[in-house]
Structures are given as C-alpha cells and as structure tokens.
Design a protein around this ligand. Structure first.
Ligand SMILES: [Zn+2]
Length: 362
C-alpha cells in the first residue's frame, strides 16, 4: 500500500498497524491507519472508513502505555506500541501542545523557570553594560573626543574655575606622571591630557570621555604637590581612560535616556541632556576596582609604592572631618554634588580601597 501525506517526512512510517474496536462489539480488528487530506483513514481486512481529523480525540502522550484515539462515533483505534504510535503521530505533525510536553518532565518546567529568571536578571545586570560595551567599541575616537570636549565645557560652566596653580607646578605634576608611564609597554597607553582647575569640588580628579583628566588645584595643595601621590591618583584616572569608562557610562546613560524617551514619546531633550546625564551617572564599583588595579600596575612598574594611595585617603579623611560641622552628615551642597559620581574622592567603600592598596604595597 502506498500512501502519500504532505506532512509526513519521507523516512517516517506514514502507515501504522493498529487495533480497531467499532464501539459496538468487543472484537478487536487489526487495521492500518494513516492520515491524508485532513482525514483519518482506517482500513481493516475487508473494509475501510475515513473520518475528519478533528473528529478524533487524539491521545495525550504519557510516559508509557497504550495509545488510544477515540473516534466521534464511539469507536476507537489503539496501539500498544507507544513508540511507534508517537513516531507516526510526529510524522503527521500531530504534536501535543508544549504544555503537555512540559508536564511530562518537571525538570523541564523547573529549567524553564530558572532560564527565564536568569534572562531577566542578565538583561538587568549585564544587558545594558554589554550593549554599552559594544557601542563603545564602535564609537569612532573623533566622536569620543567631541563628547569629551563638550563635557569639559559643561563641567567648566557648572563647577570649575581657571586654575590658580603656577604653570611650573602643573608641569611638574604632568611630567612626573608621564615619567611614571614610560615603564608601561610601548603603545599600550591611550592618549590622555591633564588639565588643572580650581573647583568647589575640593581635592579631586575626574576622567572624561576622550582621555581628558581634570585635577583640581585643591588636590595638589592637599598633598603639598607630592608627585608620587598625584601620579597614583592620575594612574587611577588613566585606568578609567584606558577602559573608556567615561564613554561607556555616557552610552549607558544615553541608551537609558533614549529608551525612556521612546517609551515616553519625547525625543527632543535627549541630546541636550547628555552633560546632565553624565553628571548624574557614576562609575560602577567594578569600574573603580579596574581603575584601582590599573593604578597599582602603573605604580609598581614605575617602582612607586601603592601605599602612597593610603596616604591620600588619610588626608582626604582628615580634611572631611575638619570641614564638617559636628553632627552633620558629609555632603557636598548644590550642583557640585551631582558631579561627584565620577570624581575621585567620592568613591564608595574607602575601607575596601585602602585595604586593596595596603595589600598591594606589601
Ligand atoms: Zn575612579
């Protein structure tokens, strides 16, 4: 017998041996069954019948046991060879709903829940950073430079004033850091430039997209112009430059802003708010750890002790304690506070970082 079915795969058994009961007697009858043209065809020894596919109550697949298809007129077709039945059913596209399959295996269900939860967490935790990383990799240096320049302009307008440090002092700091960097592998250092500003931020340093590092006059004054300490600070900021943290953060903030603009239907403000976004953003703890690790690498290569960083933390702490009225929580007032997210002295968990540099110094 030859039967063609458009839905049957060539290798699959299109015709299945089964047992038929007519619903009126208990007499089993050997039959062949097949599906064609939307009909179930049943052929016995001396008879044949067909009925619509939909008029058959197809068996749900259970783990094992007999497969029984109930027919609309009370008859039934059954097979004890469940594997053969399942293969035949599959070859005709008679697949159970996914739910049935899942119920067959609770591990499948548990697995699905775990995968779903994992996806939600992954998108929240890593989806945006990963997307930002990819976008950063695609950003041409010229655009990054332009972003850095516009950010510098915004920072200058909001919280900076021209430096009052003598040019000779600025040069001394810049040269000392450049000297420390000569111990880095050739070609491994991204372009950077150091500028000085007087600022309400107090002793601080910021790395902007494109490689511009701002150091405040107050930072230089705090450590009495100690170039070793200042090189350590700059090495940390250069770590942000090397990893393009500024651009990555900006991209993340912009992507977030753009997404919310899409959701809220307001695009007009997105581009105008880039500096503000940067001001509200902050480097992640991960970024800070990377920058600290970079600082240690640079210091050690230049035969400087990472312990100089501990000195800095002590001085910053002493200064904070001296400048805060008793009983008042530490905070920077006004718009300068918004910029502290990427500023050096605002980094969270000083204790962890002090321990890190102390360990590195041993
Ligand atoms: Zn930092």
């Amino acid at each position: 017998m030859s039967v063609s079915s458009a839905r049957a795969t060539p290798a699959a058994p299109a015709v299945l041996r089964a047992t038929y009961f007519d619903g009126r007697s208990a007499r089993p009858q050997p039959v062949h069954i097949w599906l064609a043209d939307g009909q179930l065809h049943v052929r016995g020894e001396s008879w044949a019948r067909s009925l619509p596919w939909q008029a058959v109550n197809w068996p749900e697949r259970t783990r094992q046991g007999m497969r029984v298809a109930h027919l609309a007129d009370g008859g039934l077709v059954q097979s004890e060879d469940s594997a053969a039945w399942d293969a035949w059913a599959s070859s005709h596209g008679l697949r159970e709903p996914l739910v049935v399959k899942m119920q067959q295996n609770w591990r499948w269900v548990m697995g699905s829940v775990v995968v779903l939860l994992g996806l939600v967490i992954a998108v929240q935790q890593w989806g945006l950073p990963l997307a930002a990383r990819a976008l950063v990799a695609l950003t041409p240096p010229a655009l990054e430079t332009a972003l850095g320049e516009s950010t510098l302009t915004a920072v200058d307008r909001l919280i900076m004033q021209p430096s009052q440090l003598p040019v000779a002092s600025q040069t001394r700091v810049r040269d000392a850091f450049a000297q420390a960097l000569t111990h880095q592998p050739a070609g491994s250092v991204r372009p950077w430039q150091l500028v000085f500003r007087k600022s309400r931020l107090g002793p601080n340093a910021l790395a902007l997209p494109g490689g511009t590092i701002i150091m405040t006059d107050e930072m230089v004054t705090l450590v009495d112009g100690d170039t070793q300490v200042l090189s350590a600070v700059l090495a940390h900021e250069l770590g942000h430059v090397q990893q393009r943290h500024g651009l990555r953060m900006l991209v993340q903030a912009t992507v977030l802003g753009t997404l919310s603009a899409v959701v809220l239907g307001d695009f007009s403000s997105v581009l105008a708010t880039v500096p503000a976004l940067l001001g509200q953003a902050h480097y992640s703890r991960q970024a800070e750890r990377e920058a600290d690790a970079h600082a240690v690498k640079v210091l050690k290569a230049a035969s400087l002790s990472p312990a100089v960083m501990v000195t800095l933390f002590d001085k910053l702490k002493a200064r904070r304690a001296a400048s805060q009225p008793k009983g008042q929580p530490a905070s920077d007032a006004g718009s300068s506070g918004a910029w502290l997210g990427i500023a050096f002295s605002s980094h969270p968990s000083d204790a962890e970082r002090v321990a890190f540099f102390q360990t590195a110094a041993r």
